[in-house]
Design a binder for this molecule. Structure first.
Ligand code: ASP
Length: 377
């Protein structure tokens, strides 16, 4: 009996050494944080924290592109401000708590309203991430971005960055000068996700209002709510609470290091036009788009439908035509197609379908290859 008790005590002792010991070590770990701008290093402080995200502390690179998160306007107001006014350094110094999470290196890519983001900006950001992700000291990336086109940049990066390290996009709906600006919390939570081992290999993510979204599903759903960044019927894949990352789902489609797209030699992307169908929409617009683009995405009604007049024009088009829907939720399959020479966009929005088509054109994809790409990505 005594022998049995002794064995039991030893077992409990071993268990406590294995479990609590490692947490304790991490909680007591004293860390050094530095915030640097593209050229100058500004601060270096010592801190300690028992926060989950500090356990694997490394460097998070913040690539700033502008948007409302860097917006400045009349004090207290939420509209009528100038996006892309604050520098990456300004954004970081508004969140001193970041020093408890990761060392930060800041890169100012540009400082624009996200409606002025171009394919060249995408390529610059993607190449920067591909180059910096080779560094051992870099744990992850945060891209600060306007919310208008955040979903497009996220999906583009999801298709072309060649790393399993976390890449997280964030921004804000209220400018920095408004009452209760949402930028600082979004930035903080994004750095927590970018520094978390849980986000490794999950593809490009967007963190907004405490939620984590996959790049393929993320979509802007409101012109004013602080919860504007959402994922429609696909929902969030995780949440962030006080810096702790909770991940519940993983993206099922191909992304990042599994992707076949190579942008290393590209300086721009083929031009694709999105043509929106509505009652009486002039089919001449299709002819104009076909003459001036290498591919077309149709934002059709319902399950990618349009009028007989449009069917007649599309049947004669000689460039790739992808059929998407102007409706946010739902899927388009081959059976839904009204024209044989078109490809279904699956459940990609017109703006995301156009990104995949632009990349598909860089590898000269034929119809069969396009069908494969739209099924896999
Ligand atoms: N127009 C802004 C932008 O996309 C909106 C925002 O950031 O919320 O840059």
């Amino acid at each position: 009996m005594k022998k049995l008790l002794r064995i039991l005590l030893c077992f409990i002792l071993v268990l406590s050494l294995l479990g609590c010991g490692s947490d304790d070590k991490n909680a007591k770990k004293t860390t050094k944080a530095s915030v640097s701008a593209s050229k100058k290093t500004t601060t270096s402080t010592t801190s300690s924290s028992s926060n989950e995200s500090t356990k694997g502390k490394g460097k998070v690179v913040v690539l700033a592109t502008g948007g409302t998160i860097a917006g400045v306007g009349e004090k207290g107001k939420t509209a009528g401000y100038k996006p892309g006014s604050l520098s990456a350094d300004d954004l970081l110094s508004a969140v001193p708590e970041l020093k408890n999470v990761a060392d930060i290196e800041a890169v100012q890519v540009c400082n624009v309203n996200s409606d002025d983001i171009t394919a060249e900006t995408w390529l610059t950001v993607a190449k920067k991430i591909n180059e910096m992700s080779a560094r051992d000291d870099v744990k992850g990336f945060v891209v600060t971005h306007g919310t208008d086109t955040m979903e497009e940049t996220a999906y583009f990066l999801n298709l072309v960055v060649k790393t399993d390290k976390p890449v997280v996009l964030t921004g804000s709906m209220r400018p920095s000068t408004s009452i209760s600006a949402d930028g600082p919390m979004n930035l903080y939570e994004s750095v927590c996700v970018a520094a978390s081992d849980k986000a490794v290999g999950q593809g490009v993510l967007t963190v907004f209002s405490d939620k984590i979204f996959s790049a393929r599903s993320v979509v802007k759903t409101s012109t004013y709510k602080v919860t504007a960044i959402s994922a429609g019927e696909m929902g969030a894949i995780g949440i962030v609470r006080d810096g702790a990352v909770f991940l519940y789902e993983s993206p099922a489609k191909k992304h990042t290091s599994q992707s076949e797209f190579d942008i290393s030699k590209l300086t721009n992307l083929p031009k694709v036009s999105i043509v929106y169908f509505s009652v009486d929409a002039d089919p001449e617009i299709l002819k104009y788009a076909a003459k001036n683009s290498e591919g077309i995405v149709i934002a059709g009604a319902g399950a990618g439908e349009f009028s007989e007049k449009w069917v007649n024009v599309i049947n004669d088009l000689k460039i790739p035509v992808v059929i998407s829907s102007r409706i946010d939720d739902g899927v388009i399959t081959k059976d839904n197609l009204l024209c044989k020479n078109t490809v279904a966009a699956d459940n990609l929005s017109p703006q995301k379908a156009s990104i995949l088509l632009r990349l598909a054109l860089t590898i000269k994809a034929d119809t069969a290859k396009l069908e494969q790409l739209f099924a896999e990505y």
